[in-house]
Design a protein around this ligand. Structure first.
Ligand SMILES: NC(=O)c1ccc[n+]([C@@H]2O[C@H](COP(=O)([O-])OP(=O)(O)OC[C@H]3O[C@@H](n4cnc5c(N)ncnc54)[C@H](O)[C@@H]3O)[C@@H](O)[C@H]2O)c1
Length: 348
């Protein structure tokens, strides 16, 4: 065993762990995956065998008690993120937490406090920040290219894309497309805008067609996809106000009778604007309107995310996606649910 390697453990050995976290850690020379935990012990054992992982358990505390482990990826269902993150912080482990941070704002606050009190690096798995096109927009925003960003539109509309499994079980997920995919676009666009403080949310959620029998469509399937219930919204629309006067509109769906979109984010500034996807910059040059399409190679955003996490641990530096950001985004997500329930704008 190489003493200089960062030693990580995976907690929750399901789809995202197997398809993104483990392969990304495996690509890095200075990382060793030393432990894996899943409440489904057979699954944890299978992953340990396939990836040659030394320690296996169905109890996360047993993994956290292993002193040589420096850091954990939390890849469980949403309901377990807070409990595990707080225990991991108390055990002095650095944390990469899958999105959404938590089920609600109170949990996110407790996680943020635990991270700070125990002086560990807590990074949110806001993977869209690590896309090549996102990095370019963020770089331009920070360089002042857009001037004051005062308005933004973002969303992701799936026509028939309700995930199968725990995602539609409210007690396990905390919500539907708002908390599952809305979290990505809200975070990304808020990040482009310079992370202004959210002050109010007005939103509506709908649960009309998400529990469908449509044939010929594909969907994300959780590893345990039996006993499926449909208790969440299937789509939502929201309007968010920020302390600096800027606003954001959001539209998300797992199921809607309209055109499917990927992740989209439009930011509008006093000097220029930008969009993704497609990546475009809109400005004026020599008093003419210009539409520019930057040329960049796409990158593996999960590898970028996990490389950044490891670099922060090795160099003791702040992550670009700290717990505080997860908490602010959580306030918006739960603000959407609160506003939809009350049928009026809520103050955050
Ligand atoms: N970043 C992304 O784009 C992205 C994509 C998909 C999922 N996710 C997130 O990743 C997380 C996992 O999603 P998934 O699709 O891999 O689900 P999954 O159901 O495939 O895997 C979750 C695993 O966690 C295990 N688990 C649950 N509670 C546990 C506990 N207390 N201790 C140990 N293991 C526990 C389950 O047994 C299961 O194996 C969710 O938070 C989800 O929102 C992120």
């Amino acid at each position: 065993m190489d003493k200089n390697k960062v030693k990580v453990a995976i907690i929750g050995a399901g789809n995202i762990a197997q398809s993104a976290h483990i392969p990304s850690y495996k690509k890095l020379n200075d990382v060793e995956i030393l432990g894996v935990c899943d409440i489904n012990l057979d699954r944890a054992r299978d992953v340990a065998n396939r990836y040659d992982i030394k320690y296996v358990s169905d109890k996360y505390q047993e993994i956290l008690d292993i002193e040589e482990i420096d850091a954990v990826s939390i890849c469980t269902t949403n309901d377990a993120h807070a409990e595990i993150a707080i225990a991991a912080a108390k055990a002095g482990k650095h944390i990469l937490c899958e999105k959404p941070m938590a089920m609600n704002v109170k949990e996110a606050e407790d996680m943020t406090k635990a991270a700070r009190d125990n002086n560990i690096i807590f990074m949110m798995g806001f993977v869209n920040r690590f896309r090549a096109d996102s990095k370019l927009i963020k770089e331009l925003a920070e360089a002042g290219k857009f001037g004051e960003i005062y308005y933004a539109k973002t969303g992701i509309l799936r026509r028939r894309g309700t995930p199968l499994g725990w995602f539609t079980n409210l007690a396990k997920s905390g919500g539907g497309p708002v908390i599952d995919i809305g979290v990505h676009v809200i975070d990304l666009t808020w990040y482009f805008m310079g992370k202004p403080k959210p002050i109010s949310v007005s939103a509506a959620t709908y649960s009309k067609i998400g529990d469908y029998k449509t044939k010929g469509v594909s969907r994300w399937v959780a590893l345990d996809a039996d006993n499926i219930v449909f208790e969440t919204e299937d789509s939502a629309s929201a309007f968010i106000r920020f302390e600096n006067g800027a606003t954001m509109t959001v539209d998300v769906s797992w199921a809607i009778n309209g055109k499917e979109t990927g992740v989209y984010s439009y930011i509008y500034g006093t000097k220029a604007g930008a969009s993704l996807e497609p990546l475009m910059i809109y400005d004026e040059q020599e008093n003419y309107l210009f539409d520019s399409a930057p040329v960049i190679n796409s990158e593996n955003s999960f590898v970028n995310e996990i490389s950044h996490f490891i670099e922060c641990i090795q160099e003791g530096k702040e992550t670009i996606a700290p717990a505080e950001d997860g908490l602010e985004v959580q306030k918006i997500l739960n603000g959407i649910y609160d506003s939809a329930k009350l049928g009026k704008e809520v103050i955050l």
